[in-house]
Structure formats: C-alpha cells, structure tokens
Design a protein around this ligand. Sequence first.
Ligand code: ADP
Ligand code: MG
Length: 244
Amino acid sequence: MSSPVLRLESVRKVFGTHVVLDDVDLDVAPHTVTVLIGASGSGKSTLLRCANLLETVDDGAIWLDGQEITDPRVDADDVRKQIGVVFQAYNLFPHLSVLDNITLAPRRVHGVSRRVAEDRARALLDRLGLAGKADDYPDRLSGGQQQRVAIVRALATDPKLLLLDEITAALDPELVGEVLEVVRGLKDDGMTMVIATHEMGFAREVADQVCFLADGRVHERGTSAEVFGSPQQERTKTFLRRIT
Ligand code: ADP
Ligand code: MG
C-alpha cells in the first residue's frame, strides 16, 4: 500500500474522566474514502477534530502525509492548511458573497492572488453545479446550495484530505441528495476523504473502508461489503439493524 494520507496510531482522547477515543488506529490510503459510522457520542466528530488538530490527543500519534502532526513542534495552522473540513452546519460567513466566502482562505492564509483565487473558485462552483451563484449571499441559497458552497470552500485550498462531519444532517431530506451527489463526484475525482455519516445507504456505496465506532473504539472495520454485508460483531449487527 502507498503511504497513508492520514494515520492514527493508538490515539486516546479523554474529556475529564470520559474516555472518548480509546486506542484508535486508522490508516487512510490516498484516493480512498473512509466512512465512520456509530451511534451518537461514539467519538466520530472527536476523531475528525483530532485529525485536524482542533483537539489535542492525550496519547498516541497522528501523521498527515508522513509528517507527525501530533509532534508539539508542529505548527497547527500549517497542518490545517492542508486539510479541508466541512461540518454539519454550513458556517458560511453571512456578510460575504459566495465568491468571497470561498476565496477568503486562499487569499488570506495561502497568499494566493485575488485573480487566481477567484478563477479557481469559479471553476469549482461550476463543477459543483453552482455557476451563477458566485455573487449571491448565503441567505439567498437553499441549505443544500449552502452546504455545496461550504464544500467548494473546503476544496479551494487544494487540500490533501477532506474531512466531512455529518454534512447532510441539518438538511431537509429533499436537499440531501444534491450534497451526496457532490461527494460522489469528489470520490470519482480521487479525493481522499474521511466521512462521518448516518446516511447508511450512501456510506455503503462510497466507502472503501468502513469503521464502526462504539464507545470511542473501532469496534469493527473492513470494506463496505464486509461491514455492511456480513458484520462480524454483535454490536455492529445491532447498530445496523436499528439504523437501516
Ligand atoms: P459523535 O460525533 O460520534 O456523536 P463525539 O465525538 O461528538 O461523538 O462525542 C463523543 C463523546 O465525547 C460524547 O460523549 C461527547 O459528549 C463527548 N465530548 C465531545 N466533545 C466534548 C468536549 N469538548 N468536552 C466534553 N465532552 C465532549
Ligand atoms: Mg458528531
């Protein structure tokens, strides 16, 4: 296997006395999709937040593209520049146009010129079916469009890795499809992604690797066919029966 884009080794995260991630190992190969499934509170968001250094780990180590990012000497901003993140709530800046939302980080953080940033933003908007929305403000867009803009914004800095945390959970059901369609497109383009989701049909379809988290542990992992098609652990079976 080529060296992983993301590697977690024995990661432990504790809040107070609550062990939220317990001895978590994970390898994410380039151009693959890893899906995290598990009940609410099982640690999916915390895992993604640790990968993006929004949380510090209490033990273990994390590598991004061969660099140990949990090394205290590492500049967290430098790491975050290499990772795109989209959360459940779209978090677009309401006072900025779509184009300005997207070009803010490339221009301010990455030092890209306005022209280059805007060209790239327009190309991405076009690709994600949002051509014509560049000058609109977020409140003019539907939830699905806003979330697609948030994805464009995450892609605008050309990240090595995209982390998606329940990106359809806040959407009206009829808007979920258009956002998942975008993620399918990114997979086809070879984007490396780690996705936390409750959309099991979608997870089954896009995942190269599935990790079932329970109580902060990777309780079961495998290919989509393995975990969804023939889960080995009782707890995985129970979870999948409940949710599907
Ligand atoms: P999931 O995303 O799978 O629903 P989370 O990673 O959000 O799970 O949460 C895992 C556990 O960690 C939950 O019990 C949650 O209450 C707890 N937790 C998450 N963030 C914090 C925090 N900042 N302080 C204390 N507990 C937290
Ligand atoms: Mg979560």
